[in-house]
Design a protein around this ligand. Sequence first.
Ligand code: SF4
Ligand code: SF4
Length: 117
Amino acid sequence: MAKIAIITCAKIRDTSCVGCLKCFKAAERKEGEFAQYDDVRIVAMTGCGDCPGLVMPKATLLMEMADYLDRDIDVIHLGTCLLKANKTAACPIDLEAMKVKLETVFGKKVVVGTHTY
Ligand code: SF4
Ligand code: SF4
């Protein structure tokens, strides 16, 4: 069972991507980037902190709360919303650099993307 935390684009989530239904659907069906797991459970979601991207402090808070609540996180996914913001708008986050930074600081596998809908 892969326990997943997703970091989302604060501007897209619940605006053009409502209720995070797409990521929950893909996780349930093991589609998109979730196809790599035998079993998958989304245990946490948090926004990037809005532009210009406060991913590291938000991820730090998330990990602290996960520890406090005794919740394991195996993998951090950067949501497809973050990819879309990066490819189609002026999102300043360098996704590959962010992936390396998250992996280095938290010692977790980081996957760029979630669903393909
Ligand atoms: S891509 Fe996923 S995490 Fe991002 S807003 Fe859509 S459903 Fe939510
Ligand atoms: S555009 Fe980028 S920095 Fe701005 S809210 Fe979305 S993901 Fe965060």
